[in-house]
Design a protein around this ligand. Structure first.
Ligand code: SDX
Length: 393
């Protein structure tokens, strides 16, 4: 029995829930999934094993892992009629709009796994969403570029299947590059769960009313889309591309420090981490490795990113505000080098985070004590007053 330890950073009174899934120590820059540090999981585990850990609380035996991967693999196909949803969107729709819509629509196609009071249906819904979200996401990409949908190939591992559904075309042979598959799997792992962030809290709040799991996950996708949250990876790469060269970095650092300028360094800062984001460290190493293996280590955007990080971290303003690269700072550079457009960065974050949302939703629904969430407010409006007829105003 693992030692149960509780960490009280002095905010027990404001904690939104109890959870045993992910632990973050913002001061130390520590992130644990069921007690295991993220850097060890990124180096030694792989995404579906991390999914098992998040869902069930322990690392699986070889037999348990094989069974779990088999169950996920069996559910990678989407109901054929769901293709019609894609064609209802404009071609230039942001893939996040499509993913949000299709994930919610799953509640209309998989009604046999929407009864939240049935533990077996909760389990099936969880497996279905983890299994199908790569297909939903890849097809959103294919639709946005006018290419035919590619069905999953269950002979491939999870990350390779996603890459093939994104980049294969019927007219040509497509072989998944194992380097890209490993980098993709690591990106999935680094984004899998992150305590009570905005989108996870959204999923919990939606789930607390008894909404079906697919609708709750669609709510999480919607929240993640914002540039202050999961949308930061797209905003960060677009910022790096706008900076364009290292000699323009001082101009943007000055803007980020100017209180009259709404500009912020995207991919910098974090509500909880006040030391460093452990995921960003792994992502930076992965960026170096992937870009070198792809022969684009001299990618100007990577050079700008590294110089920006160096200058910002040397600037007293950012040190004082405890600002440094977060998980979104380097991820976009890797995804762009892998061939993804910036519009696919946040959908890939949502794909990765689906297991975190599902795990937290299951933990909450499985707790008999849980009640509907009902945040209160500090009222700052008008005091009591009687109605005034329009002719007297
Ligand atoms: C994610 O919660 C999670 O765990 C989220 C996430 C996950 O895995 O789920 O980790 C994923 O969302 C990472 C964050 C991605 N967002 C960005 O990179 C967008 C840029 N970052 C900022 O918008 C901001 O840093 C936040 C939103 C991430 C955090 O904002 P906070 O906690 O509200 O911090 P703050 O705004 O109170 O900042 C403190 C000070 C402020 O100045 P003062 O009002 O004290 O004078 O630092 C400044 C801010 O203006 N500041 C920045 C800055 N971030 C904060 N100044 C310049 N550039 C920035 N990026």
């Amino acid at each position: 029995q693992a030692d149960v330890f509780t960490f009280d950073p002095g905010f027990t009174s404001t904690a939104s829930c109890e959870s045993a899934i992910t632990f973050i120590d913002g001061g130390k820059g520590e992130l644990l999934h069921r007690g295991y540090p993220i850097d060890q999981l990124a180096a030694k585990s792989h995404y579906l094993e991390v999914c098992y850990l998040l869902l069930y609380g322990e690392l699986p035996s070889a037999a348990q892992l094989e069974d779990f991967e088999g169950r996920v693999t069996k559910h990678t196909m989407l109901h054929e009629q769901m293709m019609n949803f894609y064609r209802g969107f404009r071609r230039d729709a942001h893939p996040m709009a499509i993913v949000c819509g299709v994930m919610g629509a799953m509640s209309a196609f998989y009604q046999d796994s929407t009864d939240i009071n049935d533990p077996w249906q909760r389990e099936v819904a969880s497996i279905r969403m983890i299994a199908k979200v790569p297909t939903v996401t890849a097809w959103a990409y294919k639709y946005s570029i006018g290419q035919p949908f590619v069905y999953p190939d269950n002979n491939l591992d999870y990350a390779s299947n996603f890459l093939r559904m994104c980049f294969a075309v019927p007219a040509e042979e497509y072989v998944v590059d194992p380097i890209l598959a490993r980098a993709m799997d690591r990106i999935f792992t680094l984004h899998a769960d992150h305590e009570q962030n905005a989108s996870t809290s959204t999923v919990r709040l939606a789930g607390s009313s008894g909404a079906n799991p697919f609708a709750c996950i669609a709510a999480g996708v919607a929240c993640l889309w914002g540039p202050a949250h999961g949308g930061a990876n797209q905003a960060c790469l677009e910022m790096l591309q706008e900076i364009g060269s290292v000699d323009r970095i001082p101009e943007f650092i000055a803007r980020a420090k100017d209180k009259n300028d709404p500009f912020r360094l995207m991919g910098f800062g974090h509500r909880v981490y006040k030391n460093f984001d452990p995921r960003a460290k792994v992502m930076k190493e992965s960026a170096d490795e992937v870009l070198e293996l792809l022969g684009v280590e001299n990618n100007p955007v990577l050079q700008v990113a590294k110089e920006l990080e160096k200058q910002a971290l040397a600037d007293p303003y950012f040190a004082e505000k405890k600002l440094f690269p977060n998980v979104d700072f380097y991820s976009g550079i890797i995804l762009e080098a892998m061939g993804f457009p910036t519009s696919m960065f946040t959908p890939i974050f949502a794909l990765s985070r689906t297991v975190g949302w599902i795990s937290q939703w299951k933990e909450m629904i499985g707790d008999e004590k849980q009640k509907i969430g009902r945040p209160r407010q500090l009222y700052t409006g008008a005091a009591y007053r009687d109605y005034v007829n329009v002719e007297d105003r």
